[in-house]
Ligand binder design. Structure first.
Ligand code: GLC
Length: 627
């Protein structure tokens, strides 16, 4: 008998193999979510058709990338990963100008470019583009879909993965689905959460929080013309989608895969915590959300395996961890999630000059590593800072209390607290709950604005050190560091939004300044604050890339180093661990460390300064000590 002739593997074969793999991880979540309404086999058939359609349309170069990442699914966990987050208009004006600025990103070491909302928004106020009217069109003010594809190609050719926002908790009320729903089409009315009277909305409100209590109080809006209440968690013009409807799952996935075929490699899934609602709960972080996210990730992995998902859930520690996959979701849910707790704890330790709360929170609530997933680490982003510190955690550091410490941080970062170096502003203060959030750019919150006004060179120096300490923290803690546009140059608060009627009621625009290219062009001059910051950030990222121990799949262990001014964590690579220290004060600090002879600080390439059995850290210094 002769062996059957070897057959060439076709694209259909690849699809069939991936479907076989994905089906296993799809059936559970889809049955739990939708089994009550539709026969799961029928839903899987429809899903398979949808995935086949997009796989068939997938450009050959992206299919090649798919294969590469099937073979190396850990690609995003490497220590070489560095992300840059920017608004296209505020960075370069329009999409077709982006390619000529790739060299700037490359110089910083960027491998992942998050282009802030760039799909067609509703006209007028659009929550910074998070009220999308058409997910299949680029915002005409930025360019066309052809420009988008072209710039994605150029980014990829430079080793940079394009990332965009996928807003899936809500659409703009001007989106085609919402327009049809408003016009009375029952199929599309079932895409949203609509109510004939206020009985249920009132009942839900009893356990809901308000996201924008000042500018958009409440979670429901009444529309006279249709005689219905609509669930609107954020602004009135953002209608919450009804994820209990399997048609919504299929329609959103269809959009994701359409955009994946235009060259998107990372989807930032916006406001995912809110996707599922249940009476009597806060309607955030419900278990079904994790089923939805697993199903979206696994379906994407069948038709576009090069693509990964980043969950945006800005929630407390115990709610955050599951977004990276725990229990039956381990290794199957979103590959990335924002580490807002690291961010909050950075600011908390900086104001208090005390890292005990940070050590407690990051050691107690977070695992040392995840399965095929990691955090996106950041210090600032386009949003406000919510002081997510629980009563229980605060109680660990007596006499600290939750409300007391949150109030202190809000006071400190507006600059009202006596002696504060920060210049920020309150956001959405809610007298009913006492909640106060904070706006401000990294540099302004870290002291550069106040120091500059005072023309105090020593204060400027300390502010720069704080900024670099934060960047060194996110570059070494484990996860992909996100550099928020302008922070690499120390750009400060931009107060001009107040003069723009479309932006004026949202003070988050304060931390969204336009790129300052005159500073960028002189970034090599280290006698200027912006040059020192830029070169510092660049050096930190380059050092990260050279240290295998800083890869995101290497466990991170937070340790108490015995000096409350210093935050300490170890990266537990099997080959030569790295111990990282960060001094959160303007004083020189010492830490008792059992360091073998010959240990070096990766950041300087030199042995650390020692005083007997102690290592010495200068003001706001970081040490990355490799044995
Ligand atoms: C996310 C965005 C924020 C927006 C909200 C509603 O949290 O980061 O800017 O307001 O979602 O879409």
């Amino acid at each position: 008998m002769r062996a059957p002739a070897a057959k060439r593997i076709t694209n259909q074969d690849l699809f069939a193999l991936r479907w076989q793999r994905g089906r296993r991880d799809l059936i559970g979540p889809l049955t739990r979510l939708y089994g009550g309404q539709i026969d799961p086999e029928e839903l899987l058939d429809r899903l398979r058709d949808l995935l086949t359609k997009h796989w068939t349309a997938r450009p050959a170069d992206l299919r090649r990338l798919d294969l590469e990442r099937d073979l190396n699914p850990d690609w995003f966990l490497g220590q070489d990963m560095v992300a840059y987050v920017f608004y296209i208009d505020r960075f370069v004006g329009r999409l077709d100008h982006l390619p000529s600025h790739i060299d700037y990103l490359a110089d910083l070491g960027v491998t992942y470019a998050h282009m802030m909302p760039c799909l067609k928004p509703r006209p007028g106020p659009s929550d910074g583009g998070y009220a999308v009217m058409d997910y299949r069109q680029i915002n005409p003010a930025l360019g066309t879909m052809a420009d988008f594809q072209k710039s994605n190609l150029m980014l990829r050719a430079s080793g940079i993965s394009p990332c965009i926002d996928m807003v899936l908790n809500h659409t703009a009320k001007e989106h085609e689905w919402a327009v049809k729903a408003r016009g009375g089409d029952p199929f599309y009315q079932a895409f949203y959460r609509m109510f004939d009277d206020d009985r249920l909305p009132r009942q839900y409100e009893q356990t809901l929080v308000e996201i924008f209590p000042t500018q958009a109080p409440g979670n429901f809006t009444y529309y006279d013309d249709i005689g219905k209440w609509v669930w609107t968690t954020f602004n009135e013009y953002q209608w919450d989608l009804n994820w209990e409807n399997p048609e919504v799952f299929l329609a959103v996935l269809d959009t994701i895969l359409f955009l994946a075929n235009k060259g998107v490699e990372v989807f930032r899934l916006d406001a995912v915590a809110f996707m599922w609602k249940r009476m009597g709960t806060g309607c955030q972080n419900l278990p079904e959300v994790h089923d939805i996210l697993q199903a979206l990730t696994q379906a994407t992995r069948v038709a576009a395996p090069a693509v990964i998902h980043k969950a945006e859930a800005i929630v407390g520690p115990t709610d955050l961890v599951p977004y990276l996959g725990t229990g039956s979701h381990a290794g199957r849910e979103s590959q990335l999630a924002y580490h807002n707790n690291l961010m909050v704890q950075f600011w908390s330790s900086l104001a208090a000059r005390d890292t005990r709360l940070m050590t407690h929170v990051l050691r107690t609530h977070f695992p040392e590593s995840f399965r095929r997933a990691c955090f996106a680490t950041y210090i600032r982003c386009h949003d406000d800072i919510g002081w997510a510190i629980t009563e229980e955690d605060a109680a660990h550091i007596p006499p600290m209390t939750g409300p007391g410490h949150r109030g202190f941080l809000a006071e400190f970062y507006t600059g009202r607290f006596p002696g504060s170096f920060a210049r920020g502003a309150d956001f959405q203060s809610n007298p009913a709950t006492g909640d106060r959030r904070t706006n401000g750019s990294f540099a302004s919150l870290a002291g550069l604005e106040a120091a500059g006004h005072a023309e105090d060179p020593q204060a400027v120096d300390l502010a720069i050190r704080r900024i670099l300490m934060g960047h060194a923290l996110i570059a070494s803690f484990g996860g992909i560091p996100l550099i928020y546009m302008g922070d690499e140059l120390g750009l400060m608060n931009d107060y001009s939004y107040a003069d723009d009627p479309v932006l004026a009621d949202d003070s988050r625009w304060m931390q969204r300044p336009a790129m300052d290219w005159s500073k960028a062009d002189t970034r090599h001059d280290v006698s200027t604050p912006h040059g020192r910051i830029y070169q510092g950030v660049r050096h930190i990222m380059a050092t990260r890339k050279g240290a295998l121990q800083l890869a995101s799949d290497i466990p991170t262990r937070v340790v108490d180093c015995g000096n409350s001014a210093v935050f300490c964590y170890q990266r537990l690579g099997d080959d030569r661990q790295v111990t990282c220290l960060a001094n959160f004060t303007e004083e020189i600090q010492q830490v008792a460390l059992d360091l073998p002879e010959g240990a070096i600080d990766l950041l300087t390439g030199q042995p650390p300064e020692r005083a007997g059995a102690h290592v010495v850290l200068g003001p706001y210094a970081n040490l990355w000590l490799r044995a």
